[in-house]
Write a protein that binds this ligand. Structure first.
Ligand SMILES: [Zn+2]
Length: 128
């Protein structure tokens, strides 16, 4: 493994691809052995990447509601830049949330085309 790390890594990748269930079990066992350390690592990753966390949370929320579509953290960032970091409704510059043009509850999708940046106040005021 030391002599040829590339080859070893490729071999491990092949094994993971061929044994997905075992790989998941190993991951769970590793998590059980090092729960505290891994929890801290994951929390640090979440703190360092709030956009990715938000995009993931939004995706799962939409899936629970049975909506189709999803968008990436990059697509959201792009949209915020297009709106000059301002709320679509009141124009305030500040932390923005993801508002659905057509609410998920009324059959709106979770594609980026249905998303608008809104400040917390405007997003909370609109029923959705
Ligand atoms: Zn607003």
């Amino acid at each position: 493994m030391k002599r040829n790390p590339e080859k070893a890594r490729a071999g491990m990748q092949r094994w993971r691809a061929a044994h997905p269930a075992e790989h998941r079990a190993q991951g769970r066992a590793r998590y059980a052995r090092h729960t505290d350390r891994l929890k801290a690592q994951i929390a640090a990753y979440h703190r360092a990447h709030p956009d990715i966390v938000r995009a993931k949370r939004e995706k799962h929320r939409a899936l629970r509601k049975g909506a189709i579509g999803f968008f990436t953290a990059e697509e959201w960032q792009q949209l915020v830049i297009e709106y000059d970091h301002a709320c679509n409704y009141c124009g305030v510059i500040g932390p923005l949330e993801q508002d659905h043009r057509v609410p998920l509850a009324r059959g709106g999708t979770n594609w980026i085309e249905n998303i608008l940046p809104a400040c917390r106040r405007c997003n909370a005021r609109k029923p959705c």
